[in-house]
Design a protein around this ligand. Structure first.
Ligand SMILES: NC(=O)c1ccc[n+]([C@@H]2O[C@H](COP(=O)([O-])OP(=O)(O)OC[C@H]3O[C@@H](n4cnc5c(N)ncnc54)[C@H](O)[C@@H]3O)[C@@H](O)[C@H]2O)c1
Length: 339
């Protein structure tokens, strides 16, 4: 197979990163980029004169492409991905895959029917630090997993039509599903719209996973500090993954609490605290988006299923829908009934 011919729809904030990766990848050719904004199209021409530009994404369907990358706002993901799949094109669509689970189901069905790769841009599933975190959990080094706490905070970037849950939580939910290897049993969420009416800019979300693993996600566009941190606490060890750190992203703390054997009297009840070493594993870090784009191309070549396939995208949407229902009902617990 020669180079995989790729087109992109959407060249705003995130699209340029995807376009750069497919331009630089020796296995692909970025043929054409569509954006409805004229000024965005001039930017593409300035950076990549060899790439065709258009205001109308339908022009992509006349270019003999193999695949399309969709980096438009989430409201348009469903309709664009559906049209691309109907035109026999493999699709890499940004997160969240859609804003409705029925729409994600429809895309999965279409991709299966037409034998096409459908992948969602859950970038963190291609992040070497997240892989290290998963290995630490899977190897049993942390012991029984008690809880996970994730925080993704910053000042901005405020979205006009979607709340912070739909904007930022897909990242943390996809990380949790990936590292824990299971789906939650229940979800609840509290949040407030402080800046724009009706659009929550701060959300606190709780999930309970099988085996009583508790998870908490805090997402905010209204915080003085940039935070991107996941803490995993196990019975043997604890880990902090700090994505802001350039080199030492993962710290494994040999800390914990051991309960003494059964005691009769309160005086005998002494917990023993362990304060051991802190280990910083050496991670061979490369740009997660580069790995993600390579994975998409590999799945097309090998006819294989992506790590973040349509089903994973759908699971994330189901969880956000449940969290949104909870937000609308003042934090009421929502059972996720069907997986
Ligand atoms: N994976 C990540 O880490 C990551 C990071 C940021 C954003 N994202 C995702 O990327 C997507 C885009 O986000 P963004 O921040 O770049 O948004 P953006 O608003 O900055 O850019 C979107 C671009 O799409 C264009 N567009 C909209 N509708 C179009 C259409 N029908 N045809 C052609 N062009 C169209 C707009 O003109 C705009 O230039 C979102 O789904 C977002 O969640 C992912």
């Amino acid at each position: 197979m020669g180079k995989i011919k790729v087109g992109t729809i959407g060249y705003g904030y995130w699209g340029p990163n995807l376009v750069r990766n497919f331009v630089e990848n020796p296995g692909s050719e970025m043929v054409i980029v569509a954006d409805i904004k004229k000024e965005r199209l001039s930017t593409i021409k300035a950076s990549y004169p060899q790439v065709m530009i258009t205001k109308d994404y339908k022009d992509l369907f006349n270019q003999n492409l193999d695949a399309v990358v969709i980096a438009t706002p989430p409201q348009s993901h469903y309709i664009l991905a559906k049209e691309c799949l109907e035109h026999g094109l493999h699709v890499l669509v940004e997160k969240p895959i859609t804003l409705k689970s029925q729409h994600a189901e429809k895309l999965i069905e279409l991709s299966k029917k037409n034998n096409l790769v459908l992948m969602v841009g859950h970038t963190f599933e291609y992040n070497a630090a997240v892989h290290t975190l998963k290995n630490l959990i899977d190897s049993g080094e942390l012991g029984q997993i008690y809880y996970v706490d994730a925080a993704r905070l910053n000042l901005g970037l405020f979205q006009r039509d979607l709340n912070v849950l739909w904007d930022l939580a897909p990242h943390d939910i996809s990380i949790l599903l990936y590292i824990l290897g299971r789906n939650p049993i229940s979800v609840s969420a509290h949040g407030m719209p402080f800046v724009n009416e009706g659009i929550q800019d701060v959300v606190y979300m709780n999930m309970v996973f099988p085996d009583n693993i508790l998870a908490h996600i805090h997402v905010s566009w209204l915080d003085p500090c940039k935070v991107r941190r996941v803490t995993v606490v196990g019975s043997k060890k604890m880990v902090v993954y700090n994505d802001i750190e350039s080199l030492e992203k993962i710290r494994v703390y040999d800390k914990g609490v051991d309960k003494p054997p059964y005691t009769d009297t309160f005086g005998d009840f002494q917990l023993s605290y362990r304060y051991g070493d802190v280990i910083i594993p050496n991670i061979r870090f490369s740009e997660p988006l580069q790995r993600e784009c390579q994975h998409f191309l590999d799945c097309i070549t090998n006819h294989s299923t992506p790590q973040s396939d349509g089903q994973v995208g759908l699971n994330v949407v189901k969880i956000i829908e449940a969290a949104q229902r909870s937000l609308n009902q003042n934090g009421k617990h929502q059972e996720i009934i069907k997986w």
